[in-house]
Write a protein that binds this ligand. Structure first.
Ligand code: RFL
Ligand code: PHB
Length: 397
């Protein structure tokens, strides 16, 4: 006989990535209950290497939520970035142009901090679940059916479901296809990313546009560097032995009198690049947030920051609903998020096309990208336009 255990909460969250975890903390602050259901283990989510750049307002938000203790100690505030092209390097000074900065702090460190704080305060996160099914999302009594880590059937009944389950999760698919429009673009290149035990080579991020392809120098700590190079998205990682990776990185960052410090590579992987937006982000009592609803190529460092912005908007709307019975914010949620999302999509697409080598483009288009870069580094107005999106657009209306 099938045994089913049912649990009840106000908000059922699918996914313990940045979107789901930030939402749980934002809701706790305003006295709304939630449960997070996550299909991977705690060790897996805390060990997945992804983003590195936090926008200015996200670090302030972590501080306000009491989550910034380690971030303040270990995160690296950066006051600008360097663009390299045509054998030149140019510093874009965010502080001078916008009064704001960014913080380099790895996404999995954010995840560790948010999981620890949530569990410490007794907030439920159910790990290692499977077979998630969304039920009754167009009714007043939605529920999430799933199997727990022991394989037992469970049901979480709630007032609202929030799909924070990333690009491949089931939430977006629960919206009937005729109720959503998907805008998709896949780039003909990917990123090979490494973590290496090496000292810092440069005082800030370098975005390099090179004949041989794009390269990005970032950091994780004084001893660990994070470096990416453009590659064929279909490459098997086996065709990239360490000496080939270093040779390619040295070539793409080559600069008179300077050399990239090398060291032991202890992690490497390849990801494809895509832009994607799902319009709408709400259906009945289901809301989508973060990568479940939209993807940007990582060149603009926007994905995680956008996920946090979505759940800030959603927590405000839920606050108005629970405290005042006002449903305007919930109804306007897709429109509010998508206005910001499209600006980040535009920026990420612009940074990607300007900085990558695309063999399908003509020499004319390639020269246009170099002219674009030259404009950014020689016009204060153009540099400010780039900087204000890079450090993060305002989150307040
Ligand atoms: P996530 O992080 O994918 O989390 C989704 C969670 O949902 C779980 N899940 C399920 N749980 C239950 N049942 C199911 N059926 C489930 N299916 C999935 C998953 O296990 C997972 O834990 O989505 P979220 O929260 O929306 O966060 C999005 C960000 O992770 C993403 O946008 C960023 O990593 C993008 N990104 C960057 N963003 C930045 O803001 N700054 C950066 O510097 C930056 N650099 C990057 C990046 C992404 C990269 N990759 C790997 C594409 C650099 C790279 C290389
Ligand atoms: C990173 O440090 O992982 C990083 C930095 C900047 C980006 C993407 C990723 O645009």
């Amino acid at each position: 006989m099938l045994t089913l255990t049912a649990m009840r909460t106000q908000i059922g969250i699918i996914g313990a990535g940045p979107a789901g975890l930030f939402l749980s903390h934002l809701l706790a602050r305003i006295g709304i209950e939630c449960v997070i259901l996550e299909h991977r283990s705690r060790e897996e989510i805390e060990g997945t290497i992804r983003a590195g750049v936090l926008e200015d307002w996200v670090t302030h938000l972590m501080d306000e939520l009491g989550l910034a203790e380690r971030l303040k100690r270990e995160g690296r505030p950066d006051t600008g970035v360097t663009f390299q092209f045509s054998n030149r390097r140019h510093h874009i000074d965010f502080i001078e142009l916008t009064g704001k900065q960014i913080t380099v702090y790895a996404q999995h460190e954010v995840i560790k901090d948010l999981v620890a704080a949530r569990l410490h305060s007794g907030g439920p996160i159910v790990f290692s679940i499977s077979d998630v099914a969304l039920k009754g999302i167009d009714s007043e009594t939605p529920a999430i059916a799933y199997r727990d880590s022991g394989g037992a059937a469970q049901e979480l009944r709630c007032d609202f479901i929030v799909g924070c389950d990333g690009f491949h999760g089931p939430s977006r698919q629960a919206i009937p296809p005729d109720k959503r429009v998907e805008h998709d673009m896949v780039y003909p290149f990917g990123w090979l990313g490494i973590l290496a035990e090496a000292p810092r080579s440069w005082h800030e991020l370098i975005y390099s546009n090179h004949e041989r392809g794009f390269a990005l120098l970032s950091t994780r700590s004084p001893q660990v560097q994070r470096i990416y190079i453009q590659c064929d998205p279909h490459d098997d990682i086996a065709v990239w032995p360490d000496d080939r990776i270093w040779a390619e990185m040295q070539a793409r960052f080559a600069f008179d009198g300077w050399k990239l410090a090398e060291g032991r590579i202890f992690q490497k992987n390849i990801v494809g690049l895509r832009s994607f937006v799902c319009d709408t982000m709400r259906y009945g009592r289901l809301f989508l947030a973060g990568d479940a609803a939209h993807i940007v190529p990582p060149t603009g460092a926007k994905g995680m920051n956008l996920a946090v912005a979505d759940v800030v908007f959603l927590s405000r709307a839920l606050d108005a609903w629970y405290k005042k019975g006002n449903r305007d914010g919930l109804e306007r949620y897709p429109e509010t998020c998508l206005r910001r999302v499209w600006k980040a999509e535009r920026f990420s697409w612009y940074m990607t096309t300007m900085l990558h080598r695309n063999d399908a483009e003509s020499s004319f288009e390639r020269q246009i990208h170099l002219a674009d870069l030259d404009h950014v580094v020689s016009s204060r107005a153009a540099a400010t336009a780039l900087a204000e999106v890079y450090v993060g657009l305002p989150i307040d209306p």
